[in-house]
Design a protein around this ligand. Sequence first.
Ligand code: ZN
Length: 420
Amino acid sequence: MDSAQREVLQEVEKAWPQQVAYLQALVREPSTLGNEAGVQRLMQGTFREMGLEVHTFEPDLGALSHLRGFSPPEWGYRGRPNVVGIWAAGGTGGRSLVLNGHVDVVSPEPVSQWSYDPWGAQVVGDRMYGRGVLDMKSGVSAMVYAIRAIQAAGLRLKGNVVLQSVIEEECTGNGALACLDRGFIGDGCLIPEPFPEVLVAQVGVLWGRIKVRGSAAHVMSANRAVNAIEKTYALIQAMRELEARLNKEKHPAFREVAWPINFNPAILRAGDWPSTVPAECTLEFRMGFYPGTSAQEAQAMIREQLLGAAARDPWLKENPPEITFFGFQAEGTVVNFQESPVIQTLNAAHQKVTGRALTPFASTATTDSRYFLLYYNIPATCYGPRGAALHGIDEYVELPSVLEVTKVIATFIWEWCGLG
Ligand SMILES: [Zn+2]
């Protein structure tokens, strides 16, 4: 490591208290679906302060809906912008880089089960608690402070860096897709999602909805009615069987993963009166599937499984469930650890900073990196801080890992783009 590089890492250390406060400010913005405006204003301010060329725009459904990888939302994008900041190269001959982070977070409910305020960003020992602190506002702080450290050391890069602060990673991915569609691309992409090892494979994910009809009746004749909730059980069971089958016939990239494919019956809506048999039940679910299967093929597989189960039930055979898909229509990815230039450079940076090589990680969830890999042919991966309980109760990040990741990302940036 030469003196310029050592200086950058010293700048990361120097700004650490500031970075912790910045992460707290990000977490204190409750940026659930539809409520991202506040955090994006903050990001816009950050990018301006850093002297970046700032672009703020809402995803345009008309422009996106014909693109590969598009996921149909059931909500709009008014007042929900992406923010992109470009740090122009100070020299030529280097590679450009996209640093992408999502600022949307999932609901913290049930909040009554938390030991800490989910929007409080409380620091306890080495941990910071809060919804989104791990997934992935600490990663966003790392990419911002990595660039800030390079700037503070008075250095310039030989390739452009494009910082993308996107919405909708948790439900469609259309935020990232909108950035790429607008031409905010690069020769490589790193997303500091909270994977302490480096992402080489991710499953595909579908969101769907099953509507089951019963026949309403007063409970005094319930023996002659059909309870829609109970009929839905049979379909949940059928999805569990599909899940078990897929986990038995493992994709080779997930050989080391105990249970790669997860079915989640997530939201159940039925009934409106304790003394009335519910005549309708709607189940919203999330289902994983393997890379190499298209979203359309995965839809067909799910339909076949559900309609097959329905055909074995006299009521459901006559009243088949209505199956629709919305939100995530995300396809899976696999990359070769040895052949990805982004992973190779990141691994070298990680070794330089920590003395330890990264190991390949296969994720049972999706990330926005799929767009870069599948539809824009841009080498991409995810790597970021350590913590626990993302999407759960008492989500936290281990702060020392955020500092380490920031140093690794700073090192990765200058190795990838080249110092000008
Ligand atoms: Zn995430």
